[in-house]
Design a protein around this ligand. Sequence first.
Ligand SMILES: Cc1ncc(COP(=O)(O)O)c(C=O)c1O
Length: 328
Amino acid sequence: MTYDFDRLIDRRRTDSQKWQTYGPDVLPLWIADMDFQSPEPVIRALRERVEHGVFGYLTFEQPEFHQLFADRLLKRYGWRVSPDAVVLIPGVIPGFNVAGRVLAASGDGVILQTPVYPPILRAAGNMGLTREEALLARRPDGSYEVDVNAFAAAIRDRTRFFLLCNPHNPVGRVFRRDELERLAEVCLRRSLTIVADEIHCELTYSGHRHTPIASLDPEIAERTITLMAPSKTFNLAGLKCSVAIITNAALRERFVAARVDLVSTVNVLGYTAAYAAYRDGQPWHDGTLFGRGGEGFVRLNFGCPRATLTEALDRMREALMRDRPARV
Ligand SMILES: Cc1ncc(COP(=O)(O)O)c(C=O)c1O
């Protein structure tokens, strides 16, 4: 099947955060959603569900979805988890905020690697926790890598969990297995739980392989809450359906209990879209590219038709040339 990723789709009148936050003369290349239609099987599944016309509560447990997702983890990462380990949650951000409430109490700490996605930075404040920051090391070529010594040094006695972002937003790195192993080893030594925001795990460039940190070792899995979603992969962010993978049954029970009245479960359309995307959306996904910049850079989301990107780059060139001092 072929897809037309060059088609221009007008999103300005669709209540789109990306297209309506700034004025009509601005070409938005910021927030991480794409200007492409979702896969056709997803649209079809949604249409059928909408035509049914009854949108009552969704049951909490979705055995078919859980099995499909567990199969996906095995296929993509060689990570075998029981379908029971899969928990639906309406967003990765709610996921790590619920996790934090399970793992830490006021005055405890969370460690993270900066620079990092703003909602990850905000999480500590939401929960009355202290924020321990370990800087990622900047290489001479401008890319970033894990600094395990800085990470270990930033941990305090009351640090309870590590809020990992991998693939990392905004530095755009897919951390190597050895980097993850060293981070995990420190977490084991210091008895930290890991909350892994892996929302971008299916948007890696060829040649880079994502490793879920929990897949390194069963001992690591026992102390990890992994968060993934079809939202970035299949452009479903507005439908709010994400997944937590928690293999430790006691931890999972606490997470589910903390979730229950706070964010409840996902909505019927989000669930319908996620299921269709994971089951039938792969051919669409195999065309997909996405990337973001880091500190000192501007973010450019090129998940848009070629003509939009070309126009944006032309406008940038024009603006930069205009502001350049004249040569003498
Ligand atoms: C690292 C990271 N986590 C989470 C999110 C958003 O998650 P959700 O919309 O599922 O809450 C984003 C969106 O850009 C992200 O980049």
